[in-house]
Design a protein around this ligand. Sequence first.
Ligand code: SIN
Length: 293
Amino acid sequence: MRIIANNSGPGARVEEFDLRQPLEAPDFRTLLRALGNFGVLCFPRQDLDAAKLAAFAGRFGTLEVNVANMFHAEGLPEIMHLSNMRDAAGTPLGLSDAGQGWHTDMSYSHDIALANVLHAKLVPMRDGQPLGDTQFLDMHAAYEDLPDEVKQRLEGRVAVHDFEKFWDVMRLRPGSSRGPLTEAQKARKPPVQQPIFRVHPVTGRRVLYCNPGYAIRIAGLEPAESDAMLAFLFRHQMQAKFLHSHHWTPGDVLMWDNIATIHNAVADYGPDEPRFILRAQVMASLDYGALAA
Ligand code: SIN
C-alpha cells in the first residue's frame, strides 16, 4: 500500500491496494490513521460489488440504513445506489440528488458517522472531462484558523442540527421528486444537539463540527447572535484554502472522514449524462482512538 498526499488541500490517494482482499489489522490501522490525517482517501481502480463494499466499509463501524430506505442494493439495505439513471420503464435506479449542498452526513443524528465510502461505477463526462465532483472542506484546518475570541466564545457550546433543514432545501431544487418527510420519518430523526468543537478520535485534534446543511441554531445564544455566529462559521469554513474537489474516475472508491470534513455533491450534469455510485455510511460505533494507537 502506498499513500500519496494530494498536492493541495485535504486528501490522499491509496495506491497498490485491492479492497476485495480481507483487511488485516495493520492495514486497517494504517487506513484509519490516514483517514484522520488526510480526511479523504481515494482508492483508484477498484472493482467491488455491493457485498465487498459493505465488507470493507463495515470494518470501520456499523453501516447505517438510510432513513429514506430506498434504492438499496438487493439484499443489502446498507448499500445505497446514488444515480440519475432510470430503467426502461422510467423507474429511478438511485437517489438522484444526494448531498447536493454543503453538509456532514448524520450530524442530525445522536450517533454520528465516522465515514462515507462511495464506489463509482459510472461517472458523467462532457468534452472528455468528468462531471459530478464531490467537494470537501477540511474542518481540522477550519477550527485551527478560527479567531481566538470565537474559539473562546463557542468552547463547550452545542448547536442544534435538524434533518428536515437539508431535506427541505433538496425538495426546493428544480425537478426534485422528494416529498415532505412523513411524520414517522420525522419522529425517527428529531433535532439533536452536537458540540460545535469536537476532539477527533483519531488525531486528538479539535475540529469545527458544524455545517450549513443541518445546523439551525446555537443553544444558549439569543436568536440574532446565534444566526450571526452560524453565518460567520459557515462563511469561515467555506474558504477555498480548506477545499479539495474530487474529480471522479470509474472504479474510484472514495472514503471520507465525516467528523473532520464537510462535503458537497456538485450537480453540474444532466439526465442524459449517467452517474451511478454505490454508497455505504459508516457510523462512529468503535473506539477509534484505541484502534488507531
Ligand atoms: C453524499 O453526500 O453522500 C453524496 C456525494 C456524491 O454523490 O458525490
